[in-house]
Unconditional design. Structure first.
Length: 253
């Protein structure tokens, strides 16, 4: 950069690389221009930092972590309780559904509930009844409802003996011959689920709802599972196997 500026000043001043000769009648003016250009070049050069210097500076400073903040504050359970009356008709006043085909919400992980409510609204999970119920809910409303139900005691259902052993085997050990993994790998040995991964609580859930959910995953009617993993699992299960695992998780707690 310095050599370029120097050569440019030499040209303006009328100096050849071999011998100097003044430019007639304008040498003073041209010299002032030369000094101005030289000053300008020096100022520009002072702002240019070599790659090696940048590398040394970047290596000497620790990387700054970028903090990602949620757009919506954590749900308010009290506010969720006040708006949950409309949900009680299907899911029970205390979050425990009395009708077997409807899911109990009590004790369900808040991240999972928010995900489902948002996807009912967006159409990611298709259900005409729930789409109408959530149409006017804001994300904060959803967070509030989820916080309320997450704080409620989870239901403690009962299993029948008929296919309990088969259901236990699927839940705890899977079915290796058809590449069905153990359910407890994602949903926990006690059926509590995994909040950080948004995997739902299954323990104590109504068997009728579990059967319907697995059948919907199997048919593709429901397709809001991450990576399609529940669809892949459900497609490998027979009706008898679905009924067995649903019976087992209903009594799991």
């Amino acid at each position: 950069m310095t050599s370029i500026c120097y050569n440019y000043v030499q040209i303006l001043a009328g100096v050849s690389s071999r011998n100097a000769f003044p430019i007639a009648n304008n040498s003073g003016v041209m010299m002032r221009k030369s000094l101005f250009v030289l000053s300008l070049c020096a100022a520009v050069a002072s702002t240019i930092v070599s790659p090696s210097l940048l590398a040394s500076e970047s290596s000497s400073k620790p990387a700054q972590a970028v903090e990602l903040k949620p757009t919506i504050a954590r749900g308010d359970a009290a506010a969720g309780k006040s708006s949950s009356a409309v949900c009680a008709g299907c899911h029970g006043a205390n979050g425990v559904a009395a009708i077997a085909d409807y899911p109990s919400l009590a004790g369900q992980g808040a991240p999972y509930l928010v995900k489902q409510l948002m996807e009912f609204k967006s159409g990611g999970r298709e259900n005409a009844v729930m789409a109408g119920m959530v149409a006017n809910l804001s994300e904060q409303d959803m967070q509030n409802l989820a916080a309320f139900y997450a704080e409620m005691p989870a239901p403690e259902g009962e299993s029948v003996d008929e296919n309990l052993a088969a259901g236990r085997q699927i839940y705890q050990g899977g079915i290796a011959s058809i590449s069905v993994p153990a359910c407890m790998g994602c949903h926990a040995p006690n059926g509590a689920g995994n909040d950080s991964a948004k995997f739902p609580r299954l323990g104590g859930q109504n068997a009728g709802y579990i059967i319907a959910a697995l059948q919907n995953f199997r048919s593709g009617t429901r397709a809001n599972d991450p990576g399609g993993m529940m669809q892949m699992v459900a497609k490998r299960l027979s009706d008898a196997e679905i009924q067995a695992v649903a019976n087992y998780v209903q009594g799991l707690h």
